[in-house]
Design a protein around this ligand. Structure first.
Ligand SMILES: Cc1ncc(C[n+]2csc(CCOP(=O)(O)OP(=O)(O)O)c2C)c(N)n1
Ligand SMILES: [Mg+2]
Length: 1021
């Protein structure tokens, strides 16, 4: 009804303008009839007895659409128009001119009333809104859909008898059907055109889009005068592409009868659709496409769209050979099943351009790759300076079940228009085979269409019958045009079927007997298209046979070649990654200290606000304090250390991006990376002003949507594009990271092993027991440690010149306790020739802890300064006891090993209890385990009882991880056995922490008390 609201709004305005002077208006205003439900337009009475319309005087016109109010308005409006046509809005002028003028001159429309005209417009509107419900979308014809009453002529009071009457259709500032210069048409021709536009093999859903220009743009393309017609040449290309798609699957089916490949049979038109979409996108300026897709049809897309060499696909399909590279490198990781692998290629387009396609590797977890693809696309835009976002785009292929069912779809869609996450539109293609494994749509979703989730975004949705390849191609092209025009998401829903079972060895008739009886006799889309072209004489039988033979011959040749195929090149090293080392190539350990003058210079930049800027008083003070810290070089806190790390990396030419919920200010109000002017609301980000003419995006800090799965996935994808970037995702509290668990399990911890892709993504997880209850205390460090793949019983090479410990491990897990060490661990991420994910248990109360401060000299690279050890200034994997102990300290009775903020409490307790015979060492890097440094400390305290102290419950925290590793370190230097490692910490617990502050305080006290007790600590059983 938006049009009516708009129209009546216009009318009302015009009336007000016109009738303000009229005494008549005043007299009538009080008598306006009220809405009468009994006369509702949708009443059964109206539908049953559709009267032959007769002219009704305007003054008697009152129905629910033209309720009394409206008819009176119209009446007044007409009167006003008759007196002075320029006094009403142009659209009404147009309307009355045609209506009144034609009514008196044309016998065909002599009987038309405004009433009828309005009903007719409603009918047109109904087709625009609901025509898709009558569209012929299901190739199997099994879909039982209720056709909306809105599309029933009778509802509008029309009958057969009216079909050849002529009607006037107004011009309502709309494109498409209503804008044509043919305002008078028979009802029959109006209906025909509506059916043709909206109820063919494409169902358009777009009337939910609130933007008028966008709707008009679509209407222009949907309500075209002539039906779509492809040239002979285009038809040949489409046929060829469909043949490749179909024969590729047939070929795999004959060569590997029992192999799982999740074939595309039944949805083969996806391939010509995608190819034509990409061609059209390339014509419109797209140079690079990042693709994400599930298992179904993946091999087909790899071979026919991305153009991964067929021999390689066939070789991998036969079990594959592990890649080898001349000279060096046998690293292959664990590999993955063939339908998960990613790849990238450049391929020519129909229009003669080149387009870069990369298919992102993905896990089995449906839709999990969505945000990763979008993040990668965004990073590509940054690195190619694609400000308009028209040269790089993401395309996501979905299954109907997963698109409707997986929440990450919604999370990803919701990133699409956010300033720091938008990619200028993702094109979604749903391979809607109307079944999910064994589940019918009826049991798989509550919405009518599997694509309804995209309506939340106001994305247009094109449903298309997957058997009509030309229609599929058409909407795929339209989607590319939409994306390049409006820079927003668009959905193509290819309604098809699944010819076989969920995979090739599955029996579908167990669960979908009716459907599969129909499928059995259903010709393929290729056969249908061939027949269509043959029947219309557009191709000959010989043409078809020649084309099929050509495809089959090439497939056969490639199959033979696949037998000798030896993969040579590691394909992880895409352009930006040249020179980066794989886990078996040693990467030199570098120092991360920074020249003092650079520290001072960037220190000033990040602590200075513009002169006229009016920050909040408290913020002003914070910035003053920060400036003093730089000036005095003392007391540098966590936030400043982080800013120094970012700033120095930027000076070195790196890109830094931090995202997560409320990260700009920081959950704990400590970061203040963006400051707000209290008068103007203007924002200022000091880290945007480190170098002259700094690109605004070079440092990006952005509050994210309230999503973990989607946003972490996005940042992960972003981090994979270019190694010269520090990409960080921060959880609000560490606990919330489990909302993104798939990202940790499937991508971050195992992506390199499975897909040979590196990432240096940093994940900040606020962690620490400070009495905030079960959901705000733990970043669940145990989970990350449990997924770490370093062997607990083997000490790897630890010599600094030969050490590859981190390279060989799947990720790093740290729990850092000083600002300077945080600075170095962040910088270390980029100052090495490989990339590894970094999980940081980041602090909460240490952000303001009086002792959690560093001196500027710990950040610099000056010989003799405190951070400078034998090799220079680096991240400290272990911080030894703060008391300057000698190389051997026989008088120390207890060596407490701990990690994280409990250190400060232990240190305080030691002071209070005057236990100078206790040494406390901080394991800053838990994984990979610092065996060398642990052994150094074990040797330093030969008589000490060895204690692991943590504040987490025994079944959580680092205990399970460190225990066997401390033992391995001890065993190697003949220092006791596993029972000699004592435990101080909370008892095992289901919940991470108590919800009672008093209980927390008591528990914390007990931990400290036990850690300092004079008598030996018993083993925990
Ligand atoms: C997150 C997730 N849950 C469950 C599965 C198991 N699974 C694999 S395919 C599939 C059905 C997918 O249906 P649909 O999205 O319609 O794709 P189709 O296989 O029909 O192409 C399921 C449930 C999975 N891979 N990922
Ligand atoms: Mg499906």
């Amino acid at each position: 009804m938006a049009w009516f609201r708009a129209a009546s709004g216009v009318a009302r305005l015009a009336l007000r303008r016109n009738l303000a002077r009229s005494p008549y208006h005043v007299a009538r205003a009080g008598a306006l009839p009220r809405f009468q439900p009994a006369r509702c337009f949708h009443s059964t009475q109206l539908r049953r007895a559709a009267p032959v319309p007769r002219p009704v005087p305007l003054s008697r016109l009152t129905d629910s659409f033209l309720d009394g109010t409206s008819s009176v308005y119209l009446e007044e409006l007409q009167r006003a128009w008759e007196a002075d046509p320029s006094s009403v809005d142009e659209s009404w002028d147009n309307f009355f001119r045609n209506f009144v003028g034609q009514a008196t001159t044309s016998p065909g429309i002599s009987g038309q009333t405004i009433h009828e005209s309005m009903r007719l417009l409603l009918l047109v509107r109904a087709y625009q809104v609901n025509g898709h419900m009558k569209a012929n979308l299901d190739p199997l014809g099994l879909e039982e859909r209720e056709i909306s009453d809105d599309l029933d002529l009778a509802l509008y009071g029309f009958t057969e008898a009216d079909l050849d009457r002529e009607f006037f259709l107004g011009v309502w500032r709309m494109s498409g059907f209503l804008s044509e210069n043919r305002p008078v048409q028979t009802l029959r021709s109006i209906l025909e055109r509506l059916e043709q536009a909206y109820c063919g093999t494409v169902g358009y859903e777009y009337m939910h889009i609130p933007n008028r220009d966008q709707c008009n743009w679509l209407r222009e393309r949907i309500e075209t005068v002539k039906p779509r017609e492809y040239s002979q040449e285009r038809r040949q290309v489409i046929l060829d592409r469909l043949a490749w798609s179909t024969l590729f699957e047939n070929f795999l089916a004959t060569k590997w009868k029992a192999a799982k490949r999740f074939g595309l049979e039944g949805g083969e038109t996806l391939i010509p659709g995608m190819k034509e979409m990409f061609d059209r996108a390339a014509d419109l300026g797209v140079e690079s496409i990042v693709i994400g897709m599930p298992h179904r049809g993946r091999l087909n897309v790899l071979g026919n769209v991305v153009r991964k060499p067929l021999r390689q696909i066939f070789s991998e399909f036969s079990g594959g050979t592990k890649p080898v590279e001349e000279g060096e490198g046998l690293y292959t990781g664990t590999g993955d099943v063939k339908y998960h692998l990613g790849t990238s290629y450049d391929r020519p387009t129909r229009g003669g351009k080149m387009i870069h396609l990369s298919l992102v590797a993905n896990p089995s977890h449906l839709e999990a790759v969505d945000p990763v693809v979008v993040g990668k696309a965004r990073a590509k835009q940054y690195y190619s300076n694609d400000i308009e976002r028209t040269r790089n785009m993401g395309v996501l292929i979905h299954g109907d079940g997963s698109f409707a069912g997986q929440g990450v779809v919604y999370e990803t869609l919701h990133l699409s228009a956010l300033p720091n996450y938008t990619t200028g539109g993702t094109i979604h293609i749903v391979v809607n085979n109307q079944v999910a494994f064994t589940t019918d749509p009826k049991y798989g979703r509550s919405s009518q269409y599997c694509t309804d989730v995209a309506k939340a975004l106001s994305a247009p949705i094109f449903h298309v019958n997957g058997d009509d390849v030309e229609a599929v191609v058409h909407v795929c092209e339209l989607a590319a045009e939409w994306r390049q025009t409006f820079h927003s998401d668009v959905v193509v829903d290819v309604v098809c079927y699944r010819r076989f079972g969920h995979n090739e060895i599955d029996e579908p008739s167990f669960t979908q007997p009716k459907m599969y009886r129909v499928i059995q006799d259903h010709p393929s889309a290729l056969e249908l298209y061939e027949n269509q072209l043959l029947e219309s004489g557009r191709v000959s039988k010989e043409d078809v046979d020649r084309m099929r033979n050509k495809v089959s011959t090439i497939l056969e040749e490639e199959f033979i070649n696949s037998k000798d195929y030896v993969p040579r090149k590691r394909d992880w090293l895409s352009a930006y990654w040249a020179g980066f080392k794989s886990p078996e190539q040693i990467s030199r350990i570098r120092n991360t200290g920074v020249k003092p003058e650079i520290l001072k210079r960037v220190g000033q930049a990040i602590t200075t606000l513009p002169e006229n800027f009016k920050p909040h008083r408290a913020i002003k003070r914070i910035f003053q304090q920060r400036a003093e810290m730089i000036e005095s070089e003392e007391g540098i806190d966590w936030a400043l250390a982080e800013a120094l790390a970012f700033a120095t990396l930027i000076v070195e030419g790196n890109h830094v991006r931090l995202s997560g919920q409320d990260v700009e200010r920081g959950t704990f109000s400590h970061r203040h990376a963006v400051v707000h002017d209290q008068e103007t609301g203007e924002m200022y980000c000091p880290l945007d002003h480190i170098i002259i003419n700094q690109d605004e995006e070079m440092f990006t800090v952005s509050n994210s949507s309230l999503s973990e799965f989607g946003v972490l996935g996005f940042e992960l994808g972003y981090s994979m594009e270019n190694p010269n970037s520090l990409v960080l995702w921060e959880a609000q509290f560490g606990d919330f990271a489990n909302g993104a668990q798939v990202m940790f399990d499937q991508f971050l911890s195992s992506g390199e092993a499975k897909w040979l892709r590196q990432t240096g993504l940093v994940v900040l997880l606020p962690h620490g027991y400070d009495g905030q209850g079960p959901e705000h205390s733990s970043g669940r460090v145990e989970r990350f440690l449990q997924m770490s793949d370093d062997n607990p019983y083997i000490i790897p090479e630890m010599d600094p010149t030969l050490r590859k410990q981190i390279q060989e491990c799947n990720w790093q897990v740290v729990n850092v306790t000083t600002p300077a060490n945080y600075f170095h661990v962040l910088r270390r991420q980029l100052h090495r020739d490989f990339r590894k994910p970094l999980i940081v248990m980041s602090p909460k109360n240490l952000l303001r802890h009086k002792d959690c401060k560093s001196h500027l000299s710990e950040f610099d690279d000056v010989l003799g300064h405190p951070g400078f050890d034998k090799q220079g200034t680096r991240f400290k994997r272990l911080i030894k006891d703060r008391n300057d102990h000698k190389e051997i300290e026989e008088g120390i009775d207890r060596l407490i090993l701990c990690s994280g903020k409990v250190y400060y409490e232990l240190d305080e307790a030691r002071k209070n209890t005057k236990r100078n015979d206790v040494a406390i060492c901080r394991v800053e890097q838990l994984c990979p385990f610092p065996y060398d440094l642990i052994q150094r400390e074990l040797k330093r305290y030969p008589n000490a009882e060895i204690v692991w102290c943590q504040e987490e419950p025994m079944n959580m925290g680092a205990y399970s991880y460190v225990n066997p590793r401390i033992y391995t370190a001890m065993r190697a230097i003949s220092r006791g056995n596993i029972e000699d490692i004592k435990y101080v910490g909370r008892a095992p617990s289901a919940a991470t922490a108590t919800g009672f502050l008093s209980a927390h305080v008591q528990e914390q006290k007990e931990i400290l008390h036990k850690a300092m007790q004079p008598e030996p600590i018993g083993f925990p059983f």
